[in-house]
Design a protein around this ligand. Sequence first.
Ligand code: CA
Length: 227
Amino acid sequence: MRKILLVEDEENIVFAVKRFLENTGYTVCAVCTLSEAKACFQNGFDLILLDLNLPDGDGFTFLDFVREKSSIPVICLTVRDSDRDVIGGLESGADDYITKPFKLTVLKARIETVLRRVKKNLKIQSILQSDGVTLDKNLKKVFVDEREEELSRKEFELMCLFMENPGRTLTRELIIDIVWGRDSDFVYDNTLSVNIRRLRQKLGPYRNRIQTVRGFGYRWDEGEMPK
Ligand code: CA
């Protein structure tokens, strides 16, 4: 069952929204302050309905808090229909907004649209495929000709980077920066080469997908496979 976090301080809205959504098959957890919202955020929700005017602050601060941690869909509820709020909300990472007063059926339709979009995006982005190589970002698994290969975390991140950027030459510096991030100052010069060598071994017949671009770095090649 879909779980929704409702952050709203107006009792009559909480009552109506909760009852309506629970009757249509959602589980609703309702809180009326930012601090309560932060406290129960980690309980795992499918969507957040967020009022922008709350007794202990601005809903935007909670939106920032959420966006630092997750991409869970957020729909803002607001009485303020100014362009500033709408633009501010969308720029802060809200997926949609709805202005009070609203019809419950409209709210439900908005929720369903956002959830559908998220599901579609997840599906598109979570599986990357190139010939016999399949990478599942949700399961953190790589399959070569349908057989699962055990990859280290860094090898997996390298594969993600390559498969998300087919045909693009990625410099050694860029790769190290993205895959090793904060630790990149401590990466030995041959660390990347060693990881690439292991990755090629695991790719078996597709080892040549990872092309060395001399003097620059590497490129994931999706063209004709060199013999
Ligand atoms: Ca309010």
